[in-house]
Ligand binder design. Structure first.
Ligand SMILES: [Ca+2]
Ligand SMILES: [Ca+2]
Length: 442
């Protein structure tokens, strides 16, 4: 049978796809790095090329660098720290711990300082290097009674948080190792420590109590004599219970979602074993099982979204109805339709108008120039979003094409903050309104 010419052309032309984000995780049992969409669809195994074609024989923590499209991970089978591009190319051995008897576990990235951090459980220290594995330095020594295992960085606050492997504590120090504190005790093996710097919240996993907890960081402002807080402290919230063997944890802060890996290695009667699970910041809806593996160990996110569909997979439950996910719907009732929640990286399931654009007066390049101006978030890398700033003097007639972009600054995760000013001088047109018009379409 002949293949019609036009069909052959369709088969040969690869679609042009904007850079999509997703969920990355280590499957320790299968010795594989995995990638999937936010809802668990399109599960793939990263095929490595470069210095190694296998991620290792005992892979552990991983971290995504979506600025440079790279992934970092630990392999304690070969006592190595490694890196590759997100598509698996250019795999590189960054550092091999000499002398054996080490256990590189969780890894994290400081994108501002450009440092790569990891816990070494057996050698009981937290270390860092450059993104190329150079200048390896001890940050925390004698880190925990049974060694550090999971960690996170709060770079804006200059803090590092970690939990101990076989004990129940969570610790904090400055990024140079000074001012060390024990914040909390009582977990039945601490895992998955993470910080939400926006709402000042600590999230963690209590593995063998099979729970996910959180606690406001303000609770740890207690006098040093009252620290560590016990797990029974009233500020400690329990979000998910009756899990199997929850382990690595990560946060989608704008979407207010928690993802965790469950190794399934200490089974009971709970749910989520050998899976990547997802829940809510406040534990308000039941966990979703997104994908299963042999022994999922750690998970991290690339929060960029290239399309509205991808964003709905990120922000809504898989059982959400089309009525909730429609572009013009407002399921959280905050007056912001889903299209605008998408355009400004807000949560469509959490009412919040505090991050909407605000108007202010902007000084121009020439002394005495003053213009009305507006900051608004803008999503990059999509094929379906259009932003236009309009101006009005009467809230009835809105004018296009009378503004100019005066600057843009990265907010991370594919978002930027854009400064746009009117081209009408504020002295000549003191009554001035501005709005951002967002449309969804090709
Ligand atoms: Ca809304
Ligand atoms: Ca909202």
């Amino acid at each position: 049978m002949n293949i019609p010419g036009f069909l052959l052309a369709l088969l040969l032309v690869a679609p042009v796809v904007a850079r999509a984000g997703g969920v990355y995780w280590t499957d320790r049992g299968a010795s594989q790095l995995k990638r999937m969409n936010f809802d668990g669809s399109n599960l793939q195994t990263d095929v490595l090329s470069g210095a190694v074609t296998s991620p290792g024989t005992n892979i552990r923590g991983l971290a995504v660098d979506n600025v440079n499209n790279r992934i970092f991970w630990a392999d304690n089978g070969n006592d190595r720290l490694l890196r590759a591009n997100l598509d698996g190319s250019s795999s590189t051995i960054l550092y091999t711990v000499a002398g054996g008897n080490s256990f590189p576990a969780d890894v994290r990235l400081d994108m501002e300082g450009k440092f790569f951090y990891w816990c070494d459980q057996t050698r009981n220290r937290i270390q860092r290097s450059t993104f190329d594995g150079a200048s390896v330095t001890d940050i925390i020594t004698n880190a925990a009674p049974t060694g550090p295992y999971f960690m996170d960085l709060d770079v804006p606050a200059g803090k590092i948080y970690w939990g101990d492997f076989g004990g129940g504590s969570i610790f904090r120090a400055n990024l140079d190792g000074s001012e060390r504190e024990t914040l909390l005790t009582g977990n039945n093996n601490t895992r998955g420590v993470r910080i939400d710097p926006r709402e000042r919240m600590l999230y963690w996993i209590n593995r063998d109590d099979k729970k996910v907890h959180r606690c406001p960081l303000s609770a740890f402002n207690s006098p040093p004599s009252q620290l560590p807080l016990p797990l029974t402290h009233p500020a400690v919230q329990t979000l998910y219970t009756n899990l199997d063997t929850p382990h690595g944890l990560t946060l989608d802060i704008p979407a207010r979602k928690i993802y965790w890996a469950d190794t399934g290695t200490n089974p009971g009667n709970g749910t989520g074993g050998q899976s990547i699970c997802r829940g809510d910041f406040d534990g308000s809806t039941p966990l979703e099982i997104l994908a299963t593996g042999n022994e999922p160990w750690d998970v991290d996110l690339d929060l960029r979204c290239a399309s509205y569909t991808e964003w709905t997979q990120r922000c809504f439950r898989r059982d959400a109805t089309p009525t909730q996910t429609a572009p013009d719907a407002d399921p959280d009732g905050d007056g912001i339709p889903n299209t605008v929640e998408y355009a400004f990286d807000l949560s469509p399931m959490h009412p919040d108008v505090s991050k909407l654009p605000t108007l202010f007066v902007h000084a121009g390049a020439i002394s005495q120039e003053r213009y009305q101006a507006i900051y608004h978030p803008r999503r990059n890398g999509t094929t379906d979003l259009h932003y236009e700033v309009q101006v009005s003097t009467n809230l009835t007639h809105w004018l296009d094409g009378v503004t100019m972009e005066a600057g843009a600054a990265s907010l991370g995760d594919g978002m930027e903050s854009v400064l746009t000013r009117s081209t009408y001088n504020a002295f000549s047109y003191p009554i001035h309104f501005m709005r951002v018009r967002v449309t969804l379409g090709p």
